[in-house]
Structures are given as C-alpha cells and as structure tokens.
Design a protein around this ligand. Structure first.
Ligand code: F6P
Length: 527
C-alpha cells in the first residue's frame, strides 16, 4: 500500500490546492453554497461534528477520499483491528480496541474480561472501604495522562469520599506536597507502569513506600496496588495486588486497561463500563462507517491536508468544559508521541511533515491568553472547539455565556473584520493621535481561519470514551496515510540513556568526554 505522496490522488490534490484550495475563502464558500453546513456536518456516536468551517470544498473532500482509498487506510485499519503486528519496529499487535470490545467479541476476550472483572471488583471493594480516603496514582506518560485527564472530566460521576492524586514527575516537588497532606492508614498507592522499570515511577514508588513504612504503615498488601505487564517486577517491589495487561497495549492507548484503575476507583464499575462502551461505539463507527461519513477518517485526512498542503505546523484544541483541562496534554502524548516521526515504515526519510504541534487550554481561559495570536498572528492555526451542551452544574447563566463564547470564537476566526469596518468603529480616545487607517489595520482581523467544532450532548463516561477513541483513530488515519509507525516511541530513549550516564557524574563531578556546554552546566548543578 503506497505512501500518500506516491499516489495519484496526491498529485491531484496538489493541482487542486494550487488551483483552488490555497485561496478557498470560507465566507464565499458559505455564500455560494446553501448546503455547505449540511454537507460538512455529521453525527458519529456521541459526537456531532461541524467540519464546515474548514478550508475544504466538495472537490477537496473527493480527492482526500481518493487518497485514503489509494493508501489502503481501511485495509490498514482492518489489520489493526484483527491483531496483525502493525507495530512493525517492535513486532507487536496494536489492540487497544480489544480492551473495550464486549465480552465474547474481539481478540483475547477471555483475558481482557478476566482482568477487567477482577479490577472492577477490586475497585468496588476499595470504594466501599471508608478507611481509604486518598488514592495516589504513581505513573508517567501513558500510565498517568489518561487517568489524570479522565478523572476531572468525569468529576460529576466521582465518589465523593475518595480524593485522587496523580504523581508523575521525578521532581520531588510533585510527590512532596501530595504526601504532606496524607496519612498512611487512609492512603492507597497505585504504581502504574507498563514496564515497571521507568525511572520516574520507580523512584517515586520507592519514596512512597518509605514514607508509608516510616509513617507507621505496615500493610503494604492493602495499601499498594500495581498495574503493569511486568507482574514479576511488581512482586519483587513487594506489591501483592497486581492487575496485568499485555504488550499489545501501547502506553498512550492504555487507559482502557488496568491502567484505568484510578478511573474505576473514582467513577465505579458501571461508569467505567460505560466509558468502554462509548469507545467501542466509536470503534464500530471507525470500522464500518463509509469513508465519507467516517469521522476519525475525515479528521485524519484533514490533518494531512493542513500539514502537507497548507503547511500548517500546529493545531490548537479548545475544550469549552473545564473538566477537559488536561485533554490538550493527553492529546500531546497521543498525537505527538504517535506521529512525531520523520521516517516511513521502511526507514526512508520523509519528504513532508508529520505530526503537528498540538496544544491548548480550556475556553474561555485560552481566549484571554493566546487567542490574540490565533486571530491576528502571522501563522494560521486550525482550532478544534469542543462544546458540551448540558452541564452537570446548576448555573445556567454561566453555561450560556460559555457556549456563546465558544460559538463567537469560531465565528470570529472565520469572519474576521475588514480594515474598512474597523475604520468605521469608534476609536479609543488614547489612540486619537494615531492615523485612522493605521489604527484600522491594527484592529482588523484577516478571518478565513479554519476550525472544527465538536458538540457532545453531555460529558458522560460514554461520550468521553467516544471522544478519546475518535482522537485515537484520527491519529491512526494520518499515521497510515504518512506510512509511519504510529505505535513506537524510540525518540524518548536517547535522553533516558544519557540521563543514566549523567546521574553518577552529578555526584562525582566527572565530566570526561562531555561537550563543553553539558560539562559547564553539570559543574553548576552539582549538589
Ligand atoms: O515516554 C516514553 C514512555 O515509554 C511512554 O510511551 C509511556 O507511556 C511512558 O514512557 C511510561 O512507561 P511505563 O508505563 O512503562 O512506565
């Protein structure tokens, strides 16, 4: 199956981009086509998607769908779902979809549901244990970001008597303030690590165990649990309660596995099963919906269109729900660790860009920080708005203001404001001395800046599951088009190895063989 740039559709897209695509004007496109909104919106499980404010028209979409066909995206997708070793550089299957398949369906169903049942039963026991008031998840990357994002998102569904804490950084400023507020007899630690070798997690787990024992704790079996594929290492650490998973679950795709234990402790069995069901509904959509109505597939195609034809290097995510405050951080790992690659599966250097920089903050906070740049900066940055129709709080007035802001931002990005209109506006008195035309240029907005809006009816476990799975499959799609391995992460290894070399040097001061900069900094940072 060819790489995207070796297809006929790629050439057609290039021609289309030069002829029409580059200059497509959203305002004109809407004026020209009364059916644009209907044509570019779609319903996927739990998510209504408005793609109409993107820089595409019917022809763009047709060429992009040709591209997906020629690159065999659907066949590649089917291979992943079937458990083929699509993670070629590690010789592994990629089966996070099996983690949310109903009992009896999908590969490894007995194993998956065996661990799931055991983990959820354990979660229910802990939830009923009033002595445990605080749960500390110690893990990093994929063993942290999923639960850390989901728990606040589902705050309305969380057990009121359990406080969840997340410690990830090897910086002691992460764990110290958490431990300061806790008591061993009321605390449960979860050591979450796929490999059970990650330096940060092992170091923090050691600190937690020492704190527990010196603080009078004795029953490690009751107060420590592990979630890992390396059950032997967890046992060697002294942990008796362990929930396993498998090498075919990538770290950044693992919140559906035992790594989701903090989520299950927070929201309980029924809600956790709903989270899985929402993700499974999106899996079915991705696996079966026709390409033209397949939301993750369309999003992946758009990513290629923006990155490789328009040359946009970044995408901003703006969730208009405070509970989703960690979604941008979660997506940074999901997208940038997956698709931040510069060689294709055959090791050939790619002549085009891959993962955009993904970043963002919840609205409306982002509006008062960097939205200035989104509206008037020199780069075009597609924005992804996430609106949630029904809140779980009683403040209808706040919700109305929030949604009005969400709508206004995508409207402003698209419509902009001409210098002529700005010129007609009343100028602030302080600027009275400035030439009116100069001031109007400062106050004008170019507009025609693209955005997507997703609407969820409510932020339920089911809807959140579908939303996360949508992003997973979108990353799969762009990765398949680029013909890269979205499931390895060799890029994090070099720094790990160098840190191991530098750690003893910090103590000894030995700078032999180091470059002058690193040697100078080492000398400066010695204890
Ligand atoms: O940062 C690299 C990485 O391997 C991530 O992919 C992973 O999620 C994280 O480290 C944590 O790894 P582990 O779960 O093995 O501790």
């Amino acid at each position: 199956m060819p790489r995207c740039d070796r297809t006929k559709a790629w050439g057609a897209l290039k021609g289309h981009f030069e002829a029409h695509g580059r200059d497509l004007d959203l305002r004109e496109a809407f004026a020209r086509d009364a059916g644009r909104w209907a044509a570019f919106t779609l319903e996927a499980p739990e998510i209504f998607a408005d793609l109409s404010k993107n820089l595409v028209d019917g022809a763009t979409l047709r060429f992009l769908l040709d591209l997906a066909r020629e690159c065999g995206v659907e066949a590649r997708r089917d291979a992943m779902f079937a458990g083929e070793a699509v993670n070629l550089t590690e010789g592994r299957a990629v089966l996070h979809t099996a983690l949310r398949a109903p009992r009896g369906q999908g590969p490894f169903s007995d194993e998956v549901h065996g661990v799931l049942d055991a983990m959820l039963a354990y979660a229910e026991r802990v939830r009923a244990d009033d002595a445990i008031t605080d749960i500390v998840n110690i893990g990093i990357g994929g063993s942290d970001l999923g639960p850390q994002m989901v728990v606040p998102a589902l705050d309305a569904f969380c057990h009121p008597g359990k406080r969840l804490h997340f410690v990830s950084n090897v910086d002691g400023h992460d764990i110290a303030p958490v431990l300061r507020r806790l008591e061993p007899k009321h605390t449960l630690f979860i050591v979450a690590s796929k490999t059970f070798t990650t330096q940060e997690t092992m170091a923090n787990a050691g600190v937690a165990r020492d704190w527990f024992l010196t603080g009078g704790g004795s029953d490690i079996a009751r107060h420590f649990a592990a979630t890992t594929t390396n059950v032997a290492a967890a046992a060697a650490f002294g942990i008796r309660t362990t929930f396993g998973f498998w090498d075919w679950v990538g770290g950044r795709y693992s919140l559906w596995s035992a790594i989701g234990l903090p989520i299950a402790l927070a929201i309980g069995e029924a809600n956790f099963r709903d989270l899985l069901a929402g993700a499974h509904a999106m899996d079915r959509h991705f696996a079966t919906a026709p390409a033209a109505k397949n939301l993750p597939l369309l999003l992946g195609l758009l990513d290629v269109w923006y990155r490789n034809f328009h040359g946009f290097t970044s995408r901003s995510v703006a969730p208009y729900h405070q509970g989703l405050k960690r979604l941008p951080a979660y997506l940074q790992q999901l997208e940038m660790e997956s698709n931040g690659k510069r060689v294709d599966v055959n090791g050939e250097l790619l002549p085009f860009g891959t993962s955009p920089v993904v970043w963002g903050e919840p609205g409306t906070n982002g509006q008062h920080a960097y939205f200035q740049m989104l509206h008037q900066g020199s780069d075009v940055i597609p924005v992804e708005f996430i609106a949630v129709h029904r809140p779980t709080h009683p403040y209808a007035d706040l919700q109305a203001k929030l949604l009005a802001n969400c709508l206004a931002q995508s409207q402003a990005l698209m419509l902009g404001k001409t210098a002529e209109v700005a010129r007609g506006e009343k100028a602030p008195t302080a600027s009275a001395t400035l030439d009116r035309d100069v001031l109007a240029r400062h106050r004008s907005f170019p507009g025609n800046r693209p955005s997507t809006t997703f609407v969820l009816e409510a932020l339920t476990p089911r809807a959140l599951g579908a939303l996360i799975a949508m992003y997973e499959h979108r990353v799969f799609t762009s990765g398949a088009l680029w013909d890269i391995n979205s499931f390895d992460q060799w890029g994090v290894e070099l720094g790990k190895a160098l840190a191991s070399d530098l750690l003893p040097r910090l103590a000894s001061g030995d700078s032999a063989g180091l470059d002058a900069s690193t040697a100078g900094l080492l000398a400066r940072l010695r204890p």
